[in-house]
Design a protein around this ligand. Structure first.
Ligand code: SAM
Length: 259
């Protein structure tokens, strides 16, 4: 399989990262540890080439044409087990943990499933750190601070268990073909091993209608009188909107409402 005969497939979210300075900065931003790396969607192998120089890599690629190309390109790394390659859909392989060993996820993600992949990695206790290229808007949702417009359930879920930083923003021209939107690389460094499913469900209620008041959203699930008392106890105005609370406030509110 020749690289020149490969055409990017939209249905797999294929935008290949060509800018070497962006690739180098991703490598620079990798957490320094002994964890192996899992790469989702190695594509033509441009990021993989850098990754195998610094770590052992396990990669998952759904596109069989790209898999054949990667098997040819990385013959030596596959032989020495510096790289192992799974040809198939990563979401089908992801039952519980994606690996038996501690790993960091480093990838230029397919954007159509990026949020789903990040939530799975946050819930996967073997995943210690996540360094991924995503749509800029998605990175801003995960990393937003309280009070900011993008602050929502994804920010609270992520920031409850990880430190979130946007390490670089990337323009469309860095890719071939160029996507329609700006991209960003974000680093989520977990300080807790996994997210809490029940808390996530609670947050979805809190942010169900982001422009409404938090009390209005919660009143669909919880007793209004109890809510009123808890809001007074936490010093929260009854007009407060969901994006105005901090991550700690959400944990306190959840604990009080569970009692
Ligand atoms: N890593 C390459 C790069 O930086 O140029 C390619 C990134 S491209 C944005 C996303 C890659 O994810 C593509 O190679 C695509 O085929 C692959 N992909 C899409 N859906 C996938 C899935 N469900 N499981 C595994 N790989 C997938």
């Amino acid at each position: 399989m020749k690289q020149s005969s490969i055409k990017a497939k939209k249905k797999f979210g294929q935008n290949f990262l060509k800018d070497e300075s962006v690739l180098a900065k991703i490598i620079e931003s990798m957490p320094k540890n002994d964890n192996k790396v899992i790469e989702i969607g190695p594509g033509l192998g441009d990021l993989t080439k850098f990754l195998v120089n610094v770590k052992s890599v396990e990669a998952f690629e759904v596109d069989t044409d790209l898999c054949t190309l990667l098997q040819e390109k990385f013959q030596q790394e596959l032989q020495t087990k510096r790289l192992s390659l799974h040809c198939g859909d990563v979401l089908e392989a992801w039952k519980g943990s994606l690996s038996d060993e501690a790993y960091d996820l480093v990838a230029n993600l397919p954007y159509y499933i990026a949020t789903n992949i990040i939530l799975k990695a946050l819930a996967d206790e073997k995943c210690h750190n996540i360094l991924v290229m995503v749509q800029r808007e998605v990175a801003e949702k995960f990393c937003a601070a309280p009070g900011e417009k993008s602050f929502g359930a994804l920010s609270v879920i992520a920031q409850s268990i990880a430190r979130c930083t946007i390490t670089q923003t990337v323009p469309p021209e860095a890719f071939d073909p160029a996507p329609k939107v700006d991209s960003a690389v974000m680093l989520l460094e977990k300080f807790q091993s996994r997210s809490d499913e029940e808390f996530e469900k609670f947050l979805r209620v809190c942010f169900k209608q982001p422009r409404k008041t938090l009390q209005k959203n919660l009143s669909e699930r919880f007793d209004k009188k109890v809510l009123g008392e808890i809001f007074v106890r936490m010093n929260l105005p009854h007009t407060v909107r969901p994006h105005q609370l901090s991550t700690d406030d959400y944990h306190q509110l959840y604990t009080l409402l569970k009692k």
